[in-house]
Design a protein around this ligand. Structure first.
Ligand code: MG
Length: 175
């Protein structure tokens, strides 16, 4: 079985300006390079799990999402950084839309991942996956940014950090 570092995209890899879909609008969050490097060094797969309801709302297309992910992947590859997969949910009424666990379970199945030994990094309450009796969510680290995290349930393996840098420091300890 594999372990994984799951990353939300907007707000974690790139600055969340709302419905980002163009390469020229990507402003990288520098700390994510360290997060990915660390995960690779410690034998974790890196998998992006991102809600892209902009497709549903017709702000952009599935092709836009996929070509952006391809460019982001190429940019990372030039830094010798690897994201194994970019999984997105384009719909609003979907079992895959976070916090529903569809994308997480898809990744688990596809890559044979032990979720209990894995981690999720995000910036919204919806990055805390809903669970049921069949599986446990990965330990989840949220960074305080532009979204209200006051409703986050911190009891169950969920922690809030003040900066991306603080998450890097924590990942250094736990991965
Ligand atoms: Mg986000």
């Amino acid at each position: 079985m594999h372990k994984a570092l799951f990353l939300d995209r907007d707000g974690i890899l790139n600055v969340d300006k709302g419905y980002v879909y163009k390469w020229e609008d990507i402003i990288w969050v520098e700390e994510v390079f360290e997060m990915i490097k660390l995960a690779m060094d410690r034998n974790y797969l890196v998998i992006v799990l991102t809600n892209q309801s902009g497709v549903h709302y017709k702000k952009y297309t599935v092709n836009d999402v996929e070509s952006l992910h391809k460019k982001m992947s190429e940019f990372l590859a030039a830094k010798k950084l690897k994201v194994t997969d970019w999984i997105y949910c384009a719909e609003v009424e979907s079992e895959s839309r976070k916090p529903r666990p569809g994308m997480l379970l898809e990744a688990q199945k596809k890559y044979d991942i032990d979720l209990e030994l894995s981690f999720m990094v995000g910036d919204k309450v919806t990055d805390i996956f809903e669970t049921d009796s069949k599986f446990k969510r990965p330990a989840t680290f949220l960074v305080r940014g532009q979204y209200d995290l006051s409703k986050a349930n911190l009891k169950d393996n969920v922690k809030i950090f003040e900066s991306h840098h603080d998450i890097v420091m924590e990942l250094q300890k736990v991965l």
